[in-house]
Ligand binder design. Structure first.
Ligand code: ADP
Length: 498
């Protein structure tokens, strides 16, 4: 309590000097600051100029009577606590004073302890009042802060350049910003509260948002980006995240939508350009390639070793360019969805045996073993495009041969898992660092390290494989340990192969 003393000032208003001085002594020892007045009007003046939190007021004084002084003090400042000092004969006046708002009273003559008790009580009341006021002020400030924070966040969301939508756990839309409404051509007045399907006409989008809203994606990294298009060829990229509560419980989903139409158009133009250029280059290149073969054959034995070397290198290079063009054309056809030919019944065992037989010579050229492990039970017959399947497994096995050291081992394992045929292409070759694993399926991406730098390739094989597997509604995954080898696993659904 003592840390409050310097703020507490007591005014003693009494015409008896003994009372004034005695009170001053006692109260100063309590650590209070004491002011004194012998008349009511003098006391009021001091209050106006210097102020005090507690007034000890004698009710019976010459001049202005104590009750009137009390009334004036109350008018001046209601928070001043007035303790009236009464004589035995004026108890009734004391009661009247209490009714008029005096805080307490003390009868004359009083013991030092009595004065201490009554003043301490007033002091405690002042302390509590101040504390309550401070708390109320803090609360007011916090509420004001919260209000400002809320409106700030609201303004930010409203003005974000991307579309934002928030749902609850039942998949009901609880918030949409203006950009979201605009992107999806929604009426600006359309109210929130409905199911997502009422706002976004795309089933895949609604399913994904529903799953996130219901907390089915706990791991952020496990939430796939989603692309969809609506009428007028507008394309969107969607990124969703769960909204988590304090106890990490899922409260709904927040979805961010970006308009990627311009990017898509550019992409399409780029693909068209690449396809056009590739077509234009293919015939003259093939001619050059064939003519080089003729020249090499005609010069056999007549040309110097140096010239022969140059021509052979030139032919290898044109071969590389022809494969690059072939890959580019394949990719653009996959993107257009036209690579797959008419599906036909396929025995995967036979198809894989043929590919392995064909590539065995190449593997053996590097002293590698290439084996095929088929399941004991025959695989169900598939209905698919054989060229797509040949391209998938041809590419994977060729990569395994290319990226495995001489005398390495390459295995192709086939089995059934559920409705899927699972084909694993396993090598004990160079392996791939974890950070490159999801990049190797990107177009033109090639890992260039000491071991792979000199291996020729286009960086288009795996994108083609991925495009074909996707077009067959399959799935491809890779696991790899640098220095130990890689395993590419392809799952192809038996019932759904086209
Ligand atoms: P390319 O083989 O023409 O370079 P791909 O798209 O087929 O293109 O492969 C991309 C990259 O992935 C390769 O450059 C190589 O670094 C890596 N890669 C593919 N398969 C394997 C494998 N079996 N072992 C190690 N690295 C591989």
């Amino acid at each position: 309590m003592n840390n409050q003393t310097d703020a507490i000032r007591v005014l003693v208003v009494d015409d008896e000097q003994d009372i004034r001085d005695g009170s001053e002594r006692i109260l100063t020892r309590l650590g209070l600051q004491v002011l004194k007045a012998q008349r009511g009007d003098e006391g009021l003046k001091i209050l106006e100029t210097e102020g005090a939190s507690i007034v000890l007021l004698d009710l019976k004084m010459p001049g202005m009577d104590g009750i009137e002084v009390l009334e004036r003090i109350r008018k001046l400042d209601e928070s001043i606590l007035v303790i009236v000092i009464t004589g035995y004969a004026t108890v009734e006046t004391a009661i009247e004073a209490m009714k008029l708002g005096a805080y307490d009273f003390i009868s004359k003559p009083f013991e030092p302890d009595q004065l201490r008790i009554v003043v301490n009580r007033a002091w405690e009341k002042i302390r509590l009042t101040r504390e309550a006021e401070k708390l109320a002020q803090e609360k007011r400030r916090t509420l004001a802060d919260l209000d400002t924070e809320k409106s700030r966040i609201h303004t930010i969301i409203e003005n974000l350049p991307n579309g934002v939508m928030v749902t609850n756990t039942r998949g009901q839309v609880v918030l949409m910003n203006p950009v979201f409404r605009k992107l999806l051509d929604l009426d600006p007045g359309l109210k929130t509260g409905g199911q997502i399907e009422d706002y976004v006409p795309d089933k895949g989008f609604c399913n994904l948002v529903m799953e996130i809203s219901q907390g089915k994606h706990v791991d952020y990294d496990d939430i796939p980006d989603y692309e969809f298009a609506i009428a007028d060829q507008k394309y969107f990229l969607v990124k969703g995240q769960p909204v988590l509560g304090e106890r990490k419980e899922c409260l709904g989903a927040v979805v961010n939508i970006v308009d990627i139409t311009a990017m898509k158009v550019m992409d399409q133009l780029k693909s068209e350009f690449v396809t056009k250029v590739s077509h234009e280059l293919r015939s003259p290149l093939s001619t050059i390639h064939e003519q080089l073969a003729l020249v090499i054959r005609d010069m056999l034995g007549n040309a110097s070793e140096h010239d022969q070397h140059i021509l052979t290198r030139a032919r290898e290079k044109t071969q590389g360019l022809i494969s690059l063009i072939g890959d580019l054309l394949d990719l653009s056809r996959i993107e257009e969805g036209v690579l797959c030919q008419e599906p036909q019944p396929i025995h995967l065992e036979e198809l894989l045996e043929n590919i392995v037989d064909f590539l065995k010579t190449r593997a053996e050229g590097k002293g590698q073993s290439l084996t095929l492990q088929l399941p004991d039970d025959p695989l169900p017959e598939l209905t698919a495009d054989p060229i797509a399947l040949e391209s998938i497994f041809g590419n994977l096995i060729t990569n395994a041969i290319n990226y495995t050291q001489d005398n390495g081992k390459i295995k192709v394992d086939v089995d059934m898992t559920g409705i899927n045929v699972r084909v694993k292409v396993i090598d004990n070759g160079f392996g791939i660092l974890g950070k490159y694993l999801d990049k190797i399926f990107d177009r033109f991406y090639r890992v260039k390290d000491d071991k792979t730098r000199y291996i020729t390739g286009t960086g288009l094989g795996l994108p083609i494989v991925k495009g074909l597997v996707d077009s067959l509604n399959g799935f491809i995954d890779v696991e790899s340990t640098p220095g130990q080898g890689s395993t590419f696993t392809v799952l192809l659904p038996v019932t759904d192969l086209r």
